[in-house]
Design a protein around this ligand. Structure first.
Ligand SMILES: C[S@@+](CC[C@H](N)C(=O)[O-])C[C@H]1O[C@@H](n2cnc3c(N)ncnc32)[C@H](O)[C@@H]1O
Length: 301
């Protein structure tokens, strides 16, 4: 549908309430995918309306009767058009996403933050990680930098190295690290896994690598196709990054160090390759697994 036609269809809308109900209905009928940071069509409509009016979504209920000016109507409808017709994710339209309670700039250069590791980072990986022993952290595949920033805040005494193979993603990460004032504590490096880190060792290595297998890549909703291919695709079996990561990580862990991995749906493929690997699976508060830990030997050299 063309933009002009989309505008004409919405000609009778006046109040915030009208737009909110309309957006919710249109998004539901269109079957938009709501798994990139907003759980429902109603929440997506609220975020788009609020941010285009320089408000917060929580402000909308008490302002529901307020009428929009002509300029405001255009701004909100433009966001609805991008979301419904172009299937652009809300996070990219608004150029913002939230992770561990922190705000991040995002655009099409990076994955929209939604890692399963979020609650475990917030808990400092208790009881598996002793905060007092964490002085050096490595994050592999940092994307927007959201996990590196959340880790630096959760472990205030630690220095963090954050790597990514994508220079475009690193530019976004740099912007987020600066906006959180963490330039002194987070070092960004372009690296294919550990390639730029010979001989470096860490107390904690964390990664949410790409792990979508070829069959699942072919079925992705349109919203996911707007995210970087590099951030999702991981070969036929989803293990293109996970396997070399698991193999190389022990040499980069200090004695007693911990590797934390998000495996998502590649969990079974990983287990079938390494049935004897002593992985500890982390149960997500919302149910299910898809994240695990590997503990380095206390006596490892
Ligand atoms: C699933 S995204 C995770 C982004 C971010 N950590 C998050 O949780 O939102 C995976 C990231 O790994 C990066 N990546 C892919 N292959 C890589 C490799 N071989 N070495 C380093 N980073 C890689 C991608 O560019 C992408 O930014």
């Amino acid at each position: 549908m063309r933009w002009q036609q989309y505008r004409e269809l919405a000609a009778g809308l006046e109040s915030i309430e009208d737009f909110w109900r309309y957006g919710q209905s249109r998004f539901s009928q269109a079957g938009i995918d709501c798994s990139q940071g907003y759980q429902t069509p109603r929440a997506e409509a609220a975020a788009l309306i609020a941010r285009r009016l320089a408000l917060e979504p929580e402000d909308l209920p008490e302002l529901r009767a307020a009428r929009l000016t002509a300029l405001e109507r255009e701004a909100v409808l433009d966001a609805f058009y991008q979301r419904e017709i172009l299937r652009r994710p809300t996070a990219y339209i608004l150029q913002e996403a939230w992770f561990a309670g922190l705000r991040f700039f995002v655009d099409e250069r990076v994955l929209i933050p939604r890692s399963l590791l979020e609650p475990f980072i917030e808990e400092g990986f208790a009881p598996w990680v002793d905060e007092q022993r964490v002085h050096r952290i490595l994050e592999i595949g940092t994307g927007s930098g959201c996990m590196a920033v959340a880790l630096a805040q959760r472990f205030p005494e630690a220095q963090v190295d954050a790597v990514d193979i994508s220079p475009a993603a690193l530019a976004v990460a740099m912007r987020n690290i600066a906006s959180h004032g963490l330039e002194e504590r987070i070092r960004l490096l372009e690296s294919d896994l550990f390639a730029a880190l010979p001989g470096e060792r860490y107390d904690l290595i964390v990664s949410n690598p790409p792990y979508v297998d070829a069959a699942a890549m072919a079925e992705l909703p349109p919203e996911y196709r707007q995210e970087p291919h590099l951030a999702l695709a991981a070969g036929d079996d989803g293990l293109a990054c996970l396997l070399p990561l698991v193999q190389a990580a022990p040499a980069h862990l200090r004695p007693g160090g911990v590797l934390v991995l998000e495996t998502g749906d590649a969990e079974e493929a990983l287990l079938s390759q390494y049935p004897d690997l002593p992985l500890i699976w982390l149960e997500h508060p919302a149910g299910g697994y898809g994240a695990c830990l590997l503990l380095a030997d206390e006596s490892a050299q």
